[in-house]
Design a protein around this ligand. Sequence first.
Ligand code: S3P
Length: 436
Amino acid sequence: MSNITFKTKPDGKLTGRLRVPGDKSISHRAIMLGSIAEGTTQVTGFLNGDDCIATMNAFRAMGVEIEENSATELSIHGVGMKGLKAPEKELDMGNSGTAMRLLTGLLSGQAFDSVLVGDKSLSTRPMNRIIKPLKNMGGGFETEEGGRPPLRIKGGRQLKGVHYDLPIASAQVKSAILLAGLYAEGETSVTEPGITRDHTERMLRGFGYDVKTTGDRGQHISLQGGGKLTASRIDVPADISSAAFFMVGASIAEGSDLTLEHVGINPTRTGVIDILKLMGADITLENQQEVGGEPVADIRIRSAQLKGINIPEELVPLAIDEFPVIFIAAACATGETVLTGAEELRVKESDRIQVMADGLNNCGIDARATADGIIIKAGQLTAGTVDSHGDHRIAMAFSIAGLRANGSISINDCANVNTSFPDFVDLASGAGLGIS
Ligand code: S3P
């Protein structure tokens, strides 16, 4: 499967209306919380991509019955806080950092041992960032060198609530600690250095669990262990991280006018809109409403001449997954775009700073990787060959670049697009992108 190649054709534009697949972060959390809740949780808009399927398979392996009423509609028969059963074999998290980190938190409070494994990319990603605070809480782990997977989690330990000052702005670390905190004695609390996505907190509240958020920026989050979750109904909005490809595509392709329907616009996720607007994008939000505790809107994008900017560092955690395609916007703007304070990009599904710099260079753009960011000089994108390093967002970012390249871009190793965006090629071609 790893040898799928995308080829783009120049001169497309994006028009019409479309709905991108469900939010990945919310879909993972729906399975996790639905599984340990009491009662049946109904989910609509579920992201039926490989990452969330890995999470679903893990909970099935721990005895949870999950019915797939359609590809995007699930009934999760929750087993309660203490109802999970020991899995018979190791749990395969595939390419998914979210699945591995959040599950490690949740599993550290169970009565049984478990082992989490992942693919080549996931097996090189840093896990000490969760192992360290979870050990402080009393969790037991064995890992490969440097805290790398496989992660062997010892069960049967009574966790204790702690306070943890997060050294990095990471929703995955925050969530792993909060999920462990459900099983801990007393209060578990974290303080974030920068605001990160708050889907865990919102969804816990949706399942009737009290989570406190305090501080002038909402940076202190706490909960008491030992409560219970009550089944809920979850309408997963379209993923703003998937929508971002089309926001940039419609901005850079002349003559575009595209509306993306029912997109999640949780304020901890909308950095991409802010950054594109600072660059001069024409983006409007229509039909804003709140659905199941998460704000959603239709997003209309019309093409615009973008300009290079210095990206404000406080927006980095709010747009952390969207930088590959933001770099494509920068290449198609005027002048220079500078990103700093984004070293986290080096430990995503690939080293997104280096892989994007290399890909942009291969397509005629002057882009220079720095330790914590990138400097991109706008220019004419040309034909070229790009290695996505199996990173879904790199593959889709260069697909979008095809709209402005003066020849065809070939993108290698694209199978992992299925982790977050099944049917990307069909949906994108339907809107006017030349891709096969
Ligand atoms: C995610 C958090 C982010 C993001 C990832 C999904 C989540 O990671 O990059 O794709 O669902 O909590 P970090 O919080 O580690 O930056």
